[in-house]
Design a binder for this molecule. Structure first.
Ligand code: DHK
Length: 145
């Protein structure tokens, strides 16, 4: 069995389902976790799926993944647009990282157009709703096997 893939979720994503469903869709994070684990299994990876509203947790999990995982798919929520700490954490590990967003951040407010982590990741997927998670897993699978 291959090393696991980490799927990391940042602030406010625990509120999916009730949070601005017109933008983020009606599925909960628990729904997305089920989909990711099923897709991971098809691709031959266990999926370790986590969420935190705290930047430091995400930093710690990126470091942990660097030691035990094959790759990371991360929806860093609003920390995407602000966090040099996440940028540095990603640069500090050797495994591939895919940035993802449910919404098309480039079609939204200007403050969402800039990603602090994009220069540190392998690639970015956004705008496909829940499918962004599935596409990120496929992207990781295709570059780690
Ligand atoms: C989720 C968030 O919480 C926002 O802060 C980002 C992202 C977009 C998403 O589309 O998944 O700007």
């Amino acid at each position: 069995m291959a090393l696991p893939l980490f799927v990391l979720n940042g602030p406010n994503l625990n509120a999916l389902g009730k949070r601005e469903p017109g933008i983020y869709g009606g599925q909960t994070l628990a729904d997305i976790e089920v989909l990711c684990k099923a897709e991971g299994e098809k691709l031959g990876f266990a999926v370790d799926f986590r969420q935190s509203n705290h930047e430091g947790d995400l930093v710690d999990w990126i470091h942990e993944a660097g030691d035990v995982a094959a790759g990371i798919a991360i929806n860093a929520g609003a920390y995407t647009h602000t966090s040099i700490a996440l940028h540095d954490a990603i640069r500090a590990i050797k495994i591939p990282v895919v940035e993802l967003h449910l919404s098309n951040v480039h079609a939204r407010e200007e403050f969402r157009h800039k990603s602090m982590i994009a220069p540190a990741v392998k690639g970015v997927i956004c705008g496909f709703g829940v499918q962004s998670y599935i596409l990120a897993l496929h992207a990781l699978s295709s570059i780690t096997t």
